[in-house]
Design a binder for this molecule. Structure first.
Ligand code: IVH
Length: 669
């Protein structure tokens, strides 16, 4: 179902060009920045991997901002730079280390402010009077938008005079800042358009950017723009010793600036500010996607210099995007403890809101139908804060031609041929037929306690049924909270049997990791797979975080098992169950088994005389060996119990697997 790269790059370019057109020409984008960036990055990565697919007109080959005709071009007094992005505290620390190397022993004073999401503009005041306003343009040359900026009500046409700051009223004072549209103005404007039946604007930044480049100032005046300063430049740099002083001067001169801006002396304090703004950013008057952090001292700032377009002395801290795009690889259905069948979309891993996600619950059949999610679709994933990732929408333009409508019932039948499902009344989910909640639970508890798994003495089928029916066990972890008093009340238990069961359960609070994994009853995860997983991941927590790629790296684990695991760990019920195991004190432990059979793998065919196959498996594993069910290229020995079929022999021969008899196995053991 994978779209060939050659086709994909063409489709991505086409779609990105459409978005670009909407953005720059119509001032109305149909997608968020995060979605645009996600697709743009995918295109860039594909082109990097397949350079032969790069075309001259690819959107990735465009450099800088083009300048539109109709505005006079003006050279900036000094370049209007942009900033390098940082995404977490590690990045911030690395930035400080770089600065420290270049300026050993400098005073650690950081200045931080909210980063506004608008467009940069430089206002030039001559002897206190506004004479020019210039957009950033290509950083060297911008567009003269003076007439438009004059319509912005909070841009003073003459700077205020205040004691201590009158020097800025003489000569040239350049004030740089951001033109934004405040959120409430944007909402009001759109409300009006909605009422008039006009199409709504996509977001405040696009609208601000589109507005400022209108040729008709009257139109600009009809759209409420707002200016906030963040920089003050003088011919004599010494007039502005620190960035904090620049902000104080801005206020004195009558320029609006962010009141949040502050100075910090440690990274920890800067990070607390980052966190604080992260919490209140929704309530700010304008949109923001992060913070600007600068070296406060301006002499140090300029000493640090510029690399490319970015000054070394400042960075933009970006909050993690809450949206990302990715491709649905499969839709796997997981059966929870109540028998509910929950579909899970499995996709290529993406980072959303700072964490890597690779699956999202699609909740139920109706939800899949409503969103029309299909395997092979490019989807927008949404995740805010602690919220579980969701598929927000499908990018229909990128749908492969052969992507079929997901047939939920057929998928259920294909993935669980042995089960029957039903959907009753107003229930939105399919459940295992007749499960009425308890059947699956009983089976799960029984399986968990069974010989191959935790091997809990006397917790067999009948006891499990009694415990579940009495309402004492509502999930598998509940068995650990059972008390003598609970049991003795039930008909099935007498003094000794009650005591025995409680003891048997408590004795299994520190199971080996592989038995515990097996006991969870994850579909397609048998005894050997559980061992392989334990050996690879060493803890439940690590296994829970494993990506499909990491799982597939484990010998003997393919796509089906990997997806089944990922689906299991993405089911909210299962995550809650794991938490409960932890709360009731179950501590699976990993112990590296090693013995003389470490690294040696066996397949047993036919029946052995001295022991059963299960016993053989246990004995092999106890010595660190691997017990496989069929001959593969890494099989060391094929143990022949009785006659071996010709095809098996041939396979063993082609893999270089040695055929041995039972006696040799016993010697090895
Ligand atoms: S200081 C060398 N402060 O973000 C540039 N910039 O990528 C120093 N921006 O070009 C800029 N809010 O257009 C600064 N409080 C703020 C800002 C801010 C928004 C924009 C600005 C700049 C870009 C940096």
């Amino acid at each position: 179902m994978q779209v060939p790269p050659k086709k994909r790059v063409v489709e991505l370019r086409e779609l990105l060009n459409t978005y670009n057109y909407e953005y720059h020409v119509n001032d109305a984008s149909s997608v968020s920045d995060a979605v645009y960036d996600g697709l743009f990055n995918e295109l860039k990565q594909l082109e990097a991997k397949h350079p032969e697919l790069i075309t001259q007109d690819s959107i990735t080959q465009r450099v800088g901002n083009e300048l539109k005709d109709g505005f006079q071009k003006i050279a900036h007094s000094t370049r209007m730079l942009s900033l390098n992005d940082v995404f977490d505290v590690e990045d911030v620390r690395a930035w400080v280390v770089r600065i420290d190397k270049l300026l050993p022993g400098h005073k650690h004073e950081f200045f931080a402010d909210v980063k506004m999401d608008g467009l940069a503009c430089a206002l030039v005041y001559q002897d206190g009077v506004l004479v020019q306003a210039v957009t950033r343009g290509d950083s060297y040359i911008g567009e003269d938008v003076t007439n438009n900026v004059r319509t912005i009500k909070n841009v003073p046409l003459r700077l205020r005079s205040e004691d201590g700051f009158t020097q800025f009223l003489a000569g040239r004072t350049e004030i740089r800042g951001e033109i934004v549209m405040l959120k409430h103005d944007f909402a009001a404007l759109n409300a009006k358009r909605r009422k008039n039946g006009d199409p709504e604007f996509a977001n405040p930044r696009n609208l601000a950017a589109g507005t400022i480049r209108q040729l008709d100032p009257k139109l600009v005046a009809a759209r409420p723009l707002h200016f906030r300063g963040y920089d003050l430049l003088r011919d004599n740099a010494g007039d502005v010793p620190t960035n904090m002083f620049a902000y104080e001067a801005l206020s004195a001169l009558g320029i609006t600036r962010n009141q949040e801006a502050s100075v910090f002396t440690t990274i920890d304090d800067v990070m607390r500010f980052v966190e604080h703004i992260g919490e209140v950013r929704d309530k700010l008057a304008f949109n923001t996607d992060g913070l600007v952090i600068k070296v406060n001292d301006r002499a140090q700032f300029s000493k640090l210099g510029v690399v490319g377009k970015q000054p070394r002395a400042a960075v933009a801290y970006k909050y993690a995007a809450e949206q990302a795009t990715t491709i649905v690889k499969d839709i796997v259905i997981s059966i929870g403890r109540t028998g509910a069948a929950t579909p899970v979309a499995v996709f290529d891993p993406v980072v959303v809101a700072g964490t890597t996600v690779q699956h999202a619950s699609l909740h139920n059949a109706d939800e899949i139908a409503r969103k029309d999610v299909r395997i092979g679709d490019t989807v927008v994933i949404f995740k805010a804060g602690d919220i579980i990732p969701q598929v927000e929408s499908v990018v229909k333009e990128l749908r492969p031609e052969d992507a079929e409508v997901f047939d939920y019932k057929q998928a259920l039948a294909a993935q669980y041929p042995e089960l029957e499902f039903e959907r009753t009344g107003t229930d939105v989910v399919y459940r295992v037929k007749g499960s009425s909640g308890d059947l699956i639970l009983k089976r799960s508890v029984e399986y968990y306690a069974s010989k191959g798994a935790l091997d809990i003495d006397t917790l067999g089928e009948k006891n499990v049924v009694a415990l579940v029916d009495a309402g004492l066990v509502k999930d598998v972890a509940d068995i650990y909270t059972l008390t003598y008093e609970d049991l003795i009340k039930l008909d099935r238990f007498a003094d000794i049997s009650a005591r025995k069961l409680v003891l048997a359960i408590q004795a299994k609070k520190t199971p080996s990791l592989e038995k515990f994994i097996l006991g969870l009853g994850i579909r397609h995860v048998g005894a050997q797979t559980a061992i392989d997983l334990a050996n690879k991941f060493h803890s439940v927590a690590a296994l829970k975080k494993a990506t499909i790629e990491q799982l597939e790296q484990v010998d003997g684990i393919g796509k089906v098992v990997a997806e089944s695991l990922v689906a299991w760990f993405s089911d909210e019920d299962n995550v809650a169950l794991l938490d409960k195991f932890e709360r009731v004190g179950v501590r699976p432990h990993f112990e590296k088994k090693s013995g003389k059979l470490t690294g040696i793998s066996f397949v047993v065919t036919g029946s052995l005389e001295s022991m059963s196959r299960d016993e053989a498996a246990d004995k092999i594993r106890a010595q660190g060996g691997i017990f496989q069910t069929s001959v593969a290229k890494d099989t060391t020995y094929l143990v022949a119990g009785g006659k071996v079929g010709a095809s098996k022999l041939k396979k063993a021969e082609s893999y270089g697997t040695k055929v041995i008899d039972e006696k040799t196995l016993l010697e090895l053991l």
